[in-house]
Design a protein around this ligand. Structure first.
Ligand code: PLP
Length: 474
């Protein structure tokens, strides 16, 4: 492994000789090399983020991704995405500030919070972040007072869809309210440039996006009655980020692509952006937690809740499963830390071990608990695992979305550190994704051989994918 510096503050390890992120986890666990050898830790494969970007560009070439910073504000991830040329969806002053500090131009940011704090709007104005969403009349008056030149996207409620996290009860105006809001915006002499929607975070219905596009198109059709000439569509987030998701990115694309072509063909001149969060980060992160305590309990205290799982085990997976006892393991990350996704994101997590489990090995009813003193702090109510010991490690994959971003240090338990890696092939063929390029700083953009409009629209993204070196700045 070799350490490389991404920018003056960020470093990552390049994996040589076929070493994988999983090997890094194993090495960290076995050989330590860490100050607190038993602390929970993450490993992030930054190459996974780059691959997601490549897939996005090849599947939805007309849709510019504006990464939703709220999902995971890891500076490494933000830097890689900035280097690749994505835009950013920010919801607060701090998120805007973080992205600007990377050197990202303000016109690569959408301030996608329909209910904004006044001082945050002023900050956006001061820093020329002028693209923002709204969904109610009061917000229009606020924007009129504090940023009358802002370019506005009307966030509508798309047709209902199943999602991991519903957002419609909080944001998005019903399409029937759109005419009234456009009328008020016109009276206030504000500039509404298009429509945005969000089908729900972690969308569970592939067709939801296409339905949202149709709804948005209906608002586009009435815009000119209010004197607006819409030229932007924002299709929000909700795209899955891991293999195990209920629907795949490909299924969404199969519906969404044709809907965009039908309602917003290239000839329409409408710029299309999206706000994917989990799509980019979910699968890149794995967390390793250490068993700090163990309790053996009688089976009747920890009854099977999931009979199907029991049947599966009884019939095939573990012929020698023991009826008793059951085990409770206490690990050093929990729902007040990275596993807050269980509460806030309605996520489901799956444990795996650092070793293979022999088919003959007995499996026991197991629950896994976080380290705090709160009874709510439970990661798994029930799963089947071989007997483990204090000091053993449990891995949870696909832990990049809405995990570390909202973790707390409640009860004095620190958040896991994160090791960033990339494999040697990815490193050498996509160097531009990892090394900060000066060409994206606002100051340098003026002198750069990449034109500002090209950066703005992310159109250089595809070109850059085909080359290993971005054009240097004089
Ligand atoms: N955009 C907005 C306005 C959001 O509220 C969210 C998530 O809550 C996202 C984008 C990202 O959603 P996801 O991570 O499901 O892509």
């Amino acid at each position: 492994m070799k350490t490389h510096i991404m920018n003056k503050d960020l470093s990552m390890e390049v994996l040589r000789d076929g070493l994988t992120a999983r090997d890094v986890l194993t090495n960290k666990v076995n050989s330590g090399g860490r100050d607190d050898k038993d602390d929970a830790f993450f490993v992030c494969d930054l190459g996974d983020v780059v691959n997601k970007y490549k897939k996005w560009v090849s599947c939805l070439p007309r849709v510019e991704p504006f990464y939703a910073v709220k999902c995971n504000d890891s500076p490494h991830v933000l830097q890689v995405l900035a280097n690749l040329g994505t835009g950013f969806d920010c919801a607060s002053k701090t998120e805007v500030q973080t992205v600007l500090n990377l050197g990202v131009a303000p016109d690569r940011i959408v301030y996608a919070n329909p209910c904004k704090q006044t001082s945050h709007i002023r900050y956006a104005k001061k820093n020329s972040v002028d693209l923002m969403t709204f969904d109610n009349e009061d917000e229009l008056h606020k924007i009129k007072n504090y940023f009358p030149d802002a370019r506005l996207l009307l966030r509508i409620l798309p047709p209902a869809a199943e999602a991991q996290c519903q957002l419609g009860m909080k944001f998005g105006c019903h399409p029937s309210q759109a005419p009234k809001l456009l009328e008020v915006a016109a009276q206030l002499d504000l500039s509404v440039v298009g429509v945005s929607f969000h089908v729900g975070s972690g969308c569970l219905e592939a067709s939801a996006f296409a339905r949202g596009v149709e709804s948005a198109k209906r608002i586009f059709n009435i815009a000119d009655q209010y004197g607006f000439d819409f030229d932007m569509l924002d299709i929000g987030g909700g795209f899955p980020g891991q293999e195990s998701a209920a629907i795949s990115f490909d299924e969404i694309v199969a519906d969404l692509g044709p809907a965009l072509d039908e309602h917003f063909p290239p000839a329409s001149g409408v710029r299309i952006i999206a706000e994917p969060g989990r799509y980019f980060v979910a699968s890149a992160f794995t967390v390793a937690v250490n068993i700090v305590a163990k309790r053996m309990v009688a089976r009747d205290i920890q009854e099977f809740k999931d009979e199907e799982a029991e049947d599966a085990v009884m019939n095939s997976v573990a012929p020698s499963m023991c009826e008793e006892p059951a085990f409770m393991y206490y690990v050093n990350d929990g729902v007040y830390g990275s596993f807050n996704c269980l509460l806030y994101d309605h996520a489901a997590v799956t444990p795996s071990l650092m070793r293979d489990v022999d088919k003959e090995e007995a499996l026991f009813s197991t629950s896994v608990w976080g380290p705090t003193c709160d009874g709510l702090d439970r990661i798994m109510e029930h799963c089947l695992l071989p007997e483990l010991q204090v000091g053993d490690w449990i891995l949870f994959e696909d832990m990049g979305a809405y995990t570390m971003a909202a973790a707390s240090t409640f009860n004095g338990f620190s958040k896991p550190s994160c090791y960033y890696v990339v494999d040697a092939n990815m490193w050498s063929s996509n160097n531009h994704a990892f090394i900060q390029s000066e060409c994206y700083t606002r100051r340098q953009v003026k002198d750069s051989s990449i034109t500002l409009p090209a950066i703005k629209r992310g159109l250089c993204a595809q070109e850059r994918l085909g080359i290993t070196q971005i054009p240097s700045v004089a």
